[in-house]
Ligand binder design. Structure first.
Ligand code: MEV
Length: 373
């Protein structure tokens, strides 16, 4: 599955070469490690995938793999992703007659989209480019108007692409509307870059009808209570973030979008729900997910490159669906444990393993200090 470079990198322990680290961020003094694991048993859209995960919390990888094994018996996960469209915001203050702004922009729509495309010729050549624009009058009295430029970004995360667009079109927008240009930056709530992932799991695979009922009840609880919904969503993000970190994604952007979407309909809601069927459960996850398989650290970091190879070099849309599947599996595993024996038993077993490792490290560090090692 792996190129020679990727295999060598992983076999040698996966450390990031210092020169690459130094080029990635600033004031680098060392390399910070996290365990790189693989989640197993995932079948996504009819394809078996091995998912790299990097996370400090015990049981995340085991739980996701275990839930994926149960879901696999019913065919695995199935998903769809919208075209990868990111959205840039251009802020204008003190716009005169702000309530008319949409009508004043309308005749310039095609010219503004063309100007947007002219600023990103390479992306347009790759099939991306400006798809739409919206005018939002946020506060007519204050003249606060915001334009959204929706731009297809292919396999990139797209932040740089849409920020370029926002900066390029802003002077023309200001000329048309008057007022003063403010911020020109992407929104991390990319509502046109969504995934939907679905799976079924049999009650037998879960360990019985009572557990399936318990998971459905837990899902209803999350739908009715934001204090529970946020923890439910944290369980989803356990899987998504761990895979995102291993794959060099901007997990802060993913987190920001996930929670903003959860709160978007007015009260904070679960990103995934579980409903009882005659034979088991159906799980459904919907969220925005801006991930890349080109650009950013995906081409630079050898571990990320190896991770993408392990996944069979997916497109950004395919990667987003895989991450959604890992999120749904993590959620299922957490709810199954919570509805059954509770989370602590399994957790404590794995924590004990960590403490053994800690004790071993302390002993060997003490020995080294004494010159015994
Ligand atoms: C712990 O990292 C995640 C859980 O709290 C998620 C949940 O409660 O659904 C177990």
């Amino acid at each position: 599955m792996l190129s020679d470079d990727a295999a060598r990198h992983l076999a040698s322990g996966g450390a990031l070469p210092e020169a690459i680290a130094d080029a990635m961020t600033e004031n680098v003094i060392a390399i910070h490690g996290l365990p790189l694991s693989v989640a197993l048993n995932f079948r996504v859209d009819g394809r078996d995938v091995i998912v790299p995960m990097a996370v400090e919390e015990p049981s995340v990888v085991a739980a996701a793999s275990n839930a994926a094994r149960m879901v696999r018996l019913s065919g695995g996960f199935f998903g769809e992703a919208t075209e990868a469209v990111m959205t840039a915001q251009v802020q204008l203050d003190d716009v005169p007659d702000a309530h008319d702004a949409p009508a004043r922009i309308a005749p310039h729509r095609e010219a503004l989209l063309a100007a947007a495309n002219a600023s990103i010729p390479a992306m347009v050549r790759r099939g991306g480019g400006a798809r739409d624009l919206e005018v939002r009058v946020i506060d007519a009295d204050e003249g606060l108007v915001v334009l959204h430029f929706h731009v297809a970004v292919g396999d990139a995360m797209g932040a740089n692409v849409v920020d370029t667009v926002a900066e390029a079109v802003a002077p023309e927008v200001e000329r048309i509307l008057g007022g003063r240009v403010g911020l020109r930056i992407l929104t991390n709530l990319p509502l046109r870059r969504m995934i939907r992932v679905r799976c079924e799991v049999g009650a037998d695979a879960l360990g019985g009808a009572e557990l399936a009922d318990g998971i459905a009840r837990a899902s209803r609880f999350a739908s009715k209570d934001p204090f529970r919904a946020v923890t439910h969503n944290k369980g989803i993000m356990n899987g998504i973030d761990a895979a995102a970190v291993a794959l060099g994604q901007d997990w802060r952007a993913i987190e920001a979008g996930a929670h903003a979407y959860a709160a978007f309909r007015g009260s904070y809601a679960p990103l995934a729900t579980w409903t009882r069927t005659e034979t088991g459960l159906v799980g459904e996850l919907e969220m925005p997910l801006a991930v890349a398989t080109a650009g950013g650290s995906t081409g630079v970091h050898p571990g990320v490159r190896a991770g993408l190879e392990l996944l069979g070099r997916p497109s950004a849309g395919e990667l987003a669906i895989i991450l959604g599947a890992v999120g749904l599996a993590s959620n299922l595993a957490a709810l199954r444990a919570l509805a059954g024996e509770g989370i602590q038993k399994g957790h404590m077993r794995l924590h004990a393993r960590k403490h053994e490792a800690e004790a071993a490290t302390t002993t060997s560090a003490t020995a080294t200090k004494r010159g015994e090692a």
